[in-house]
Ligand binder design. Structure first.
Ligand code: BES
Ligand code: MN
Ligand code: ZN
Length: 474
């Protein structure tokens, strides 16, 4: 799909389709379109579409009128309208299209351009079935967005973010017998080649030498060798890097604390944190941003086996702190804590981890917002604001000492679970014990990284939030 800016009246575009927008409470500028809106009793409710052909005065064969609801047009309504437009365009097999310029409330034109490119490009993602070739079945070949300007920079950024999201979605959707820790490491190495990044992959023996007893206690019950994957991008000299850490459990069976069978297939998505930091790296490298970024992915499989960790086992983390593994299904924090100690060597400006860490975050926030917890309020605020801009939102949960006390153990410095209450917060309190030496935030994406049901698939979140946060730092 190619994007460009076009400085032309909507009537003069001579491709397959022109997408125009209508609000419920104002009439449309073009008289021919307004008459047809009235004739068809089209109400312009958000996401509703009216497909018109051979409209008087329009050179394009089709005019797709998309409803935006009331004025002012909100960003959420604009996205809904774009998604409806995309379905309608596929329906008429349109190849070359133009999208009318539009004011979105609280946002400038650059935002609209970047977001339009991202959303439209993202609709072309298709799940690649095992054994089939990658197919780009979208009919739309070119999208021209109406604008008086000629700087297509924002369009390129939107496309880069979408291509990062596509990589994230693809890795998430792959089954765990293909997307193993080794596969994630190879993906990182391929990305390093493509974008000239530094890549380092630590093997089990390397991690053992570093004392990562907590991470290795999770992987030891699996036949798949664990990997600790790092990628670094340098776009800003010697500045301290932003460091992203992503949970990479390529399958979470629960281990000896085995999960129930129903829906267990979805635990192939337990590496979506990893996939999102890899996707963010791709987007940043493709945009050639003037920042320094490093990503670190602890990648393991969590399986039950004769040599797996057992409830009550005590392990020693790289930081020296000991952990009583009361539940082998609380494995994400066990691999992340060693990764959080490891990242100290990057001398980070900030560290943000993203992880499908707790089912409890779905109880607390559902599937709309991810959870954010931080040891630095400015960082939490920046992430929340980036999420709003990128329409990939986060909601903050507290991190008070009272919650941390729930991690007490009689047999080690801490247990790996805090009991039934506030499971998302106690998981973050556990991580906070390993993130004392830098500004740190944690995104719990268990509710947002994929959708279940008939449309089961990865969403690509929180790549939009993370890339927006990075863009905001420049
Ligand atoms: N990967 C899961 C969290 C999860 C569960 C994500 C369901 C998405 C959907 C994580 O490793 C886990 O099992 N967490 C436990 C923690 C508990 C044992 C304290 C959970 O949430 O039940
Ligand atoms: Mn688990
Ligand atoms: Zn897990």
């Amino acid at each position: 799909m190619e994007f460009s800016l076009i400085n032309r009246a909507i009537q003069h575009f001579d491709g397959d389709a022109t997408v125009v927008f209508a609000n419920t409470d104002t009439s449309f500028d073009d008289q021919a379109v307004q008459s047809l809106i009235e004739l068809n009793h089209f109400e312009a409710k958000v996401g509703k579409v009216l497909c018109l052909s051979l409209v008087d005065g329009f050179k394009a064969n089709n005019v797709i009128v998309v409803g935006l609801g009331d004025t002012p047009t909100t960003d959420k309504n604009y996205i809904k309208a774009l998604l409806s437009a995309s379905t309608a365009l596929e329906g008429i097999k349109a190849k070359s299209i133009m999208i009318q310029q539009l004011d979105v409330d609280q946002h400038d034109e650059s935002w609209t351009q970047r977001t339009t490119a991202r959303v439209m490009q993202n609709t072309t993602y298709q799940i690649q079935k095992v054994g089939t070739e990658k197919s780009d079945e979208s009919s739309v070949e070119s999208i021209a967005i109406q604008s008086d300007g000629d700087n297509a920079h924002e369009l390129a950024q939107g496309q880069a973010i979408a291509s990062g999201m596509a990589l994230t979605r693809h890795l998430g959707d792959l089954p765990s017998n293909i997307c193993t820790p080794t596969y994630l490491a190879e993906t990182a190495q391929d990305l390093a080649k493509e974008f000239n990044l530094d890549c380092e992959v630590l093997e089990e023996s390397d991690m053992s030498k570093l004392g990562m007893g907590s991470l290795l206690s999770v992987s030891k019950g699996s036949i798949e060798p664990p990997k600790l994957i790092s990628l670094s991008y340098k776009g800003n000299g010697d500045a301290k890097p932003i460091v992203l850490v992503g949970k990479g459990v390529t399958f979470d069976s629960g281990g000896i604390s085995l999960k129930p069978g129903a829906g267990m297939d979805e635990m192939k998505y337990d590496m979506c944190g990893a996939a999102s930091v890899i996707g963010t790296m791709r987007a940043v490298a493709e945009m050639k941003l003037k920042v320094n970024l490093a990503i670190v992915v602890p990648a393991v499989e969590n399986m039950p086996a004769h040599n797996a960790s057992k409830p009550g086992d005590v392990v020693t983390s790289m930081s020296g702190q000991t952990i009583e593994v009361l539940n082998t299904d609380a494995e994400g924090r066990l691999i992340l804590c060693d990764a959080l100690t490891y990242v100290e060597r990057f001398n980070p400006e900030v560290v943000i981890d993203t992880a499908t860490l707790t089912g409890a975050v779905i109880v607390a926030l559902g599937k709309h917002h991810c959870g954010v917890m931080a040891n630095d309020q400015d960082l939490a605020d920046d992430l929340i604001s980036a999420g709003k801009t990128a329409l990939d939102t986060a909601w903050q949960l507290p991190l008070d000492d009272e919650y941390d006390e729930l991690l007490k153990s009689n047999f080690a410095d801490m247990g790996n679970i805090g009991g039934r209450e506030a499971g998302t917060v106690t998981a973050a309190c556990f991580l906070a014990r390993y993130a004392k030496d830098y500004r740190w935030a944690h995104l719990d994406i268990a509710g947002t990284a994929w959708v279940s049901g008939a449309k089961k698939g990865a969403t690509g979140r929180p790549v939009p939030l993370l890339t927006q946060y990075i863009l905001d730092q420049i």
